[in-house]
Write a protein that binds this ligand. Structure first.
Ligand code: NDP
Ligand code: GDR
Length: 369
């Protein structure tokens, strides 16, 4: 189904506050088409929420990660996820949808989220990641002030904000950002704190360490590896070019982390929380485990390409999630090896399907779907 068919300017207007389901909680999610947006939406639907997602216009369909949970809005009893066009660079669209949807909770997940790309498009990154968060906070504040109703706000903060400050990193660790993306996330963090202090907004910063899944964007290192590994295993490619494989990250499973976002908004008081597994592994270790799992040696396939090195790197991230464990009672369920295997299994399946198409002459080996 065409993406435009899923997006309506008026559907929320015809079912304000969920139509027949007055008691249902309503969430507004920016970045719903991204990795976290898709898991969070599944999670909230499972809790009985009505979920409204803001999606931006693109020349290609960008709803692949949520197609499986989409229900045609004409099916008013079943359609609990609704999509609307908006953009974090367009303040008027944010305020308008808040007024129409009247959410109980707002999750700001939208971002130009690629660290290396933020060096290429720093101005745009700052506009969406930093000023975009400010636009949304201001829209929430003014909506509350005009309508006298409460909204809880979640800001997607990042371990990248710690940058060069050595691990373990907790809520009290100083930020030292190392990219335009990270500096912009710091600004969004402090905007959120300021709106909480200045206006009494229920606003939380989740400082999430890297989290991955089979839905991870294909140009982040974990997915880049598992995607290439699947194709190498079935004979569709031979080489994988990577940058700094000595960088170390605290990698968790995205499906676990969205629960922590929700938990932050269910507390008595708003606060900021680190969410992490408290284990760190280098990219090289990720290569060892993933290639080893399918009986390959990564050294036979990986080449280092300077193009993927960043002007400034974040060498070592490892979170201290004590506060989230104690206050939110949150713990990660999926460990490092399980995560790697989950991603490899899915990408091996995808590569096998590609191979069938290539062998039948329907797809070029170089062409990825
Ligand atoms: P993704 O890159 O997968 O998704 C980003 C989302 O933001 C997409 O839905 C994208 O839309 C949307 N978006 C981008 N620009 C705009 C814009 N101008 N207006 C509206 N929407 C826009 O990120 P993740 O799901 O991985 O991450 C979610 C959030 O959490 C991001 O803010 C990220 O920076 C942050 N974060 C992520 C971590 C991780 O490890 N995944 C760790 C810590 C923080 P489209 O689909 O059209 O591109
Ligand atoms: P990161 O994730 O920058 O931590 O940001 P990414 O997977 O891009 O990089 C992790 C580490 O791997 C190194 N690396 C490579 N990275 C990419 N993308 N491609 C390569 O070829 C490659 N080779 C080595 C990187 O240099 C880096 O050290 C992610 C994003 O989701 C952010 O939005 C989020 O805020 C942080 O995680 C926490």
């Amino acid at each position: 189904m065409a993406s435009e068919d899923k997006v309506s300017r008026s559907e929320a207007e015809t079912t304000p506050n969920g139509g027949s389901s007055e008691m249902r909680k309503i969430a507004l999610v920016t970045g719903i088409t991204g990795q976290d947006g898709s898991y969070l939406t599944e999670f909230l639907l499972g809790k009985g929420y009505e979920v409204h997602g803001l999606i931006r216009r693109s020349s290609n369909y960008n709803t692949q990660r949520i197609n499986h949970i989409y229900v045609d809005p004409h099916n008013v009893n079943k359609a609990r996820m609704k999509l609307h066009y908006a953009d974090l660079s367009d303040a008027s669209s944010l305020r308008r949808w808040l007024d129409v949807i009247k959410p109980d909770e707002v999750y700001n997940l939208a971002a130009q989220s690629h660290v290396a790309v933020s060096f290429e498009i720093p101005d745009y990154t700052a506009d969406v990641v930093a000023t975009g968060a400010l636009r949304l906070l201001e829209a929430v504040r003014s909506h509350i002030s005009d309508n006298g109703r409460n909204i809880k706000y979640y800001q997607a903060g990042s371990s990248e904000m710690f940058g060069s400050t050595p691990p373990p990193q907790s809520e009290t660790t100083p930020f030292h950002p190392r990219s335009p993306y990270a500096a912009s996330k710091c600004a969004a963090h402090w905007y959120t704190v300021n709106y909480r202090e200045a206006y009494g907004l229920y606003a939380c910063n989740g400082i999430l360490f890297n989290h991955e899944s089979p839905r991870r964007g294909e140009n982040f290192v974990t997915r880049k590896i598992t995607r290439a590994l699947g194709r190498i295993k079935v004979g569709l490619q031979t080489k994988l070019f990577l940058g700094n494989i000595q960088a170390s990250r605290d990698w968790g499973f995205a499906g676990d982390y969205v629960e922590a976002m929700w938990l932050m908004l269910q507390q008595e008081k708003p606060d900021d929380y680190v969410v992490a597994t408290e284990e760190s592994h280098t990219v090289e270790e990720f290569l060892e485990v993933s290639f080893g799992y399918v009986g390959l040696n990564w050294r036979d396939h990986v080449e280092i390409d300077k193009r993927y090195f960043r002007p400034t790197e974040v060498d070592n991230l490892k979170g201290d999630a004590t506060k989230a464990k104690q206050v939110l009672k949150w713990t990660p369920k999926v460990g490092f090896e399980q995560l790697v295997k989950m991603m490899v299994d899915e990408d091996l399946d995808m590569a096998k399907r590609e191979k069938v198409l290539v062998d039948a002459g329907y797809m070029d080996a170089q062409q990825q779907p």
